[in-house]
Design a protein around this ligand. Structure first.
Ligand code: KIV
Ligand code: ZN
Length: 410
């Protein structure tokens, strides 16, 4: 099979969106759903970033069986050690190490020469191999890097043992033709390029993350790094659902398969949106509420006569309509518990189960149809309320002062 590897970074680059940080319990729920969706690799976080990130990656590593669990690490021995320890329990584990290769980053951020960067990249790959043989190397800001330097550093890290070479457009600067050409040039000029998987990682600053990623795929990339709903740093990353459905719908062009269970796309999108609080715009491709809605009379008439007059994909193939009515106000505690199990939600104790069930009953009194998304929202609410109960405002003192002397004249 000519496979396109789907590397999901919702829990790492996605979490870098302002205000999108997630609790460990929320990350676990998303990770389980990503596995159900069928992603090949889950980038679960950046272990060295914080003890919370470390612990979430470790917890995810313990429960995920089919997907590879990955941690990001700078090209630093201490980062790589943390990444290696965090992914240690995973059945399939990867370390993704990176260093910037553009002049602007090397001179101003790293304050390193190209020779030092190359040497460090090689060391980083070797340190990572102590923890796993699945090592990915990224050249941060590849888009603004000198292509000859990229060829040199990729050659060196492949010799050191990297299995995946990721080419990021860190700042969302490229356009499809140039991005595809760069991938093509790298694959044709880097020695032994056929022994590794070439990967693309695009940001959406000019709205071209998906188009650029697909252009890289047409030029030999066999891994795409992407996020659910295109969540991510600044304008976001390439959107997983758009990449996957483009490759599936235009098989005539790409001739590639992914392992994605596309019927889980809408449920995954809703879960990520509920948890992060980032709404999905109604006209968003694939997962927006209007993505399959036909407003104009001519279109409605056409679709009714023959669906394919105005539809290139089937709504049910991406999971629209699959979110069945799950429970109602007559449903009992057992049915509720079973539904949680089906959704992969584990609650800490009987006490938490009981109070979530009480919330469910209160909602079912007001809303006759309870969907899976409602259940996810109830569980999130329950965890938030438990967290809030742990803190009590004891006292508050407020002082205001303009720091200016005023003269009073009578
Ligand atoms: O955008 C980027 O360059 C990254 C790297 C760490 C891969 O996220
Ligand atoms: Zn990124």
């Amino acid at each position: 099979m000519n496979e396109l590897i789907i590397f999901d970074t919702t829990l790492r680059d996605g979490e870098q969106s302002p205000g999108a940080s997630m609790t460990q319990e929320e990350k676990l729920r998303i990770a389980k759903q990503l596995e159900k969706l069928g992603v090949n690799v889950i980038e679960a976080g950046f272990a060295a970033a914080s003890p919370g990130d470390f612990s979430s990656i470790k917890a995810i590593s313990k429960i995920i069986e089919k997907s590879t669990v990955c941690s990001l690490a700078r090209a630093l021995e201490s980062d790589i050690k943390k990444a290696g320890q965090a992914i240690q329990p995973a059945k399939h584990k990867r370390i993704h190490t990176f260093i910037a290769t553009s002049k602007i980053h090397m001179e101003n951020k790293l304050r390193m020469t190209p020779d030092q960067v190359l040497k460090r990249g090689v060391e980083a790959v070797k340190w990572s191999l102590d923890y796993t043989d699945d090592v990915e190397f990224s050249a941060e800001d590849a888009v603004r890097s000198d292509v000859n330097f990229l060829i040199e550093i990729f050659d060196a890290v492949i010799k050191a043992g990297a299995k995946t070479i990721n080419v990021p457009d860190t700042v969302g600067y490229s356009i499809p033709k140039s991005w595809g050409n760069l991938m093509n040039e790298l694959i044709s000029k880097v020695p032994n390029s056929q022994s590794v998987i070439w990967s693309t990682h695009c940001h959406n600053d000019l709205g071209m993350a998906v188009a650029n990623s697909l252009s890289a795929v047409q030029n030999g990339a066999r891994q795409v790094e992407c996020t659910i709903n295109g969540l991510g740093e600044r304008a976001g990353n390439a959107s997983l659902e758009e990449i996957v459905m483009s490759v599936k719908t235009r098989k005539d062009i790409f001739n590639l398969e992914t392992k994605i269970n596309t019927e889980q796309i809408v449920a995954t999108s809703r879960l990520v949106s509920n948890i992060t609080g980032y709404p999905v715009q109604p006209n968003k491709a694939i997962v927006g509420a209007n993505a399959f809605a036909h407003e104009s009379g001519i279109h409605q008439d056409g679709v009714l006569k023959h669906r394919e007059t105005y539809e290139i994909m089937r709504a049910q193939d991406v999971g629209w309509g699959a979110n069945k009515i799950s429970l109602g106000k007559l449903s009992g505690r057992n049915a509720f518990k079973n539904r949680l199990v089906e959704l992969g939600i584990e609650l800490d104790s009987e006490e938490v189960l009981n109070s979530t069930f009480d919330r469910f009953k209160a909602l079912a009194d007001k809303k006759s149809e309870i969907y899976d998304e409602d259940i996810h929202a109830l569980v999130t609410e329950e965890f938030v309320s438990v967290a809030v109960d742990r803190f009590k405002l004891v006292s508050l003192k407020s002082i205001t002062d303009t720091q200016k002397k005023t003269l009073c004249r009578n």
